[in-house]
Design a protein. Structure first.
Length: 202
């Protein structure tokens, strides 16, 4: 059996040990068919961060809800954030990250809330913190994301002291870009678990 086929077992083991994986969708939530929803269907123990208003996000409310979800348990946690959930996580980490049970995060296709053409709904999330995130953090960005340029993704990784991986021509890494189950993402999550557990170098 190849290593890539073993990675989902690491996810199952993490969850079986009572540890948590929190799924944090972006603006308008992740509908059926989105990889975040597909992952939850495959691993029911994963928990979604349910925001109070998916269509009209208020930064303070989204940060508060994320904090409440994290604080609901002291078990070690990983967070898999997509799009607007990435700026949300950065704001939360600046306020509460050092005292939390979070051990690592995947920041997938972060939304650049400071770009001139950003939706009006994103304005409350700017400006973004410029501080290192206090846990292992890994940005997964696309070279063709209409919501975040590669230069901006690189700047966010520098500001937050994140590992950065760029995927060629992956759009916003969502349903529209053809990322349904996104098994490659599960491999990245399993690798994150290996790094957090000290089984693999960063």
């Amino acid at each position: 059996m190849q290593v890539s086929e073993q990675w989902p077992l690491e996810i199952e083991q993490w969850l079986a040990e009572g540890k948590r994986i929190l799924i944090a969708p972006g603006w308008k939530n992740s509908p059926a068919g989105h990889w975040q929803s597909e992952w939850q269907a495959q691993f029911p123990a994963m928990q979604r961060v349910e925001q109070p208003d998916w269509d009209y996000p208020v930064a303070a409310d989204w940060v508060r809800q994320l904090d409440q979800t994290v604080r609901a348990s002291s078990a070690p946690a990983l967070i898999v954030a997509h799009s607007l959930a990435c700026p949300t996580l950065a704001h939360w980490a600046a306020l509460h990250g050092r005292e939390s049970s979070v051990k690592g995060v995947l920041l997938v296709a972060p939304a650049d809330v400071m770009r001139p053409e950003a939706p009006e709904a994103f304005t409350g999330f700017a400006p973004l913190p410029i501080i290192p995130l206090p846990f292992f953090s890994w940005i997964i960005a696309s070279t063709t994301d209409p919501h975040c340029s590669t230069d901006r993704a690189s700047q966010l990784a520098l500001n937050w002291r994140c590992k950065l991986s760029l995927i060629e021509n992956a759009g916003h890494i969502n349903i529209a870009s053809g990322h349904g189950e996104w098994p490659e993402g599960l491999q990245l999550l399993a690798k994150l678990i290996q790094i957090v557990n000290g089984d693999q170098d960063e």
